[in-house]
Design a protein around this ligand. Structure first.
Ligand SMILES: *Cc1c(COP(=O)(O)O)cnc(C)c1O
Ligand code: SF4
Length: 301
């Protein structure tokens, strides 16, 4: 208990009530609980697990702006998040919980104006939907004035952990702009998809917003074919396509979630055998310094 307490001190326990309500009461093995419950395991130091596993600090062109890949830049619009997933790859990222300052905004926008090869901006965080509707709208409006931008993408878990965040004002601000809008949500387990989550997705889909999902492969949470197949099926039933299945980023404190590479490859083969091709997410790992996420192939024996 004392050790779990020190894990909390390093990275606080944070779970919205709506998400907690989807857990099975009294079940320590609940797959949603496991994603958020601080454990003493986090304190064990493991070789290869670091504070900066995916080279974010090297890719930072300005505070709050990561430009790693051709054509896409990622804005850390706010460091705040509604939930603290224990495996979060940014759990040690040195951002404050506040949003980018007006001065940082300006620098980010200048850079995006200057870099004509960028045609897509990803608003990430933390979670960009932790910003107020007004602040988000201000970002979207500014981004729309950059002539070479075509698309804006939001990487967010709020529609899952706090579905009421998808309100009318938000949906409208996403559709008012010139840019094509995409939302990439983050579901790891079918139990996360409540009727409220489905409602939010329906509201967005109604406005032609492209809806994708990324999951993280997590030991003890979703590392079996049946669960992953069910994630894809459930997502599709609410209008969301599976995009990525990430192998865990080797962030210090998360080693107990790691699924071994070969087991992941074996699992992927089962996924491919069990789903239509369009419901199979791309299994990837992020390797620092690479020009894209790295595809992990299914095991062929
Ligand atoms: C993952 C990531 C992206 C998006 O990559 P896609 O393959 O286009 O989804 C962009 N920028 C950064 C810094 C990223 O980590
Ligand atoms: S929702 Fe995303 S950013 Fe927030 S704690 Fe979880 S993994 Fe990290």
């Amino acid at each position: 208990m004392a050790d779990a307490q020190s894990a909390i001190e390093r990275f606080g326990l944070r779970v919205p009530r709506e998400f907690a309500a989807l857990m099975r009461p009294g079940d320590p093995e609940d797959p949603l609980l496991k994603q958020v419950l601080p454990l003493a395991d986090e304190l064990a130091s493991q070789p290869g697990y670091t504070d900066n596993p995916v080279g974010d600090r090297e890719a930072e062109v300005h505070p709050g702006l990561l430009h790693k890949y051709h054509g896409r830049a990622l804005v850390i619009a706010t460091g705040a998040c509604a939930v603290n997933c224990r495996y979060c790859f940014r759990r040690h990222y040195p951002y404050e919980n506040g949003s980018a300052t007006p001065r940082q905004w300006e620098r980010i926008l200048d850079y995006l104006h200057r870099e004509k090869t960028i045609d897509e901006v990803i608003l990430s965080g933390g979670d960009p939907l932790m910003m107020s509707d007004e602040k988000l709208e201000a970002w979207l409006t500014k981004l729309s004035t950059i002539p070479h931008l075509k698309r804006v993408r939001l990487h967010t878990r709020l529609p899952v952990v706090l579905p009421q965040r998808i309100n009318q004002a938000l949906v409208e601000s996403l559709t008012r702009i010139r840019l094509q809008t995409m939302m990439v949500i983050h579901v790891n387990h079918p139990n996360e998809i409540s009727p409220q989550v489905a409602e939010g997705m329906a509201a967005l889909k109604d406005k032609n917003i492209t809806l994708l999902n990324q999951s993280v492969l997590l030991k003890g949470v979703n590392d079996d074919a049946e669960t992953l197949i069910s994630v894809s099926e459930r997502l599709f039933s609410i209008g969301v396509l599976p995009y990525y299945l990430h192998l865990l980023d080797r962030v210090a404190g998360a080693a107990h979630f790691d699924v071994e590479w070969r087991s992941a490859q074996r699992l992927y083969k089962e996924l491919q055998a069990g789903l239509p091709g369009y419901l199979v997410p791309k299994m990837v790992r992020e390797i620092a310094g690479e020009k894209s996420k790295t595809l992990v192939q299914a095991l062929t024996e």
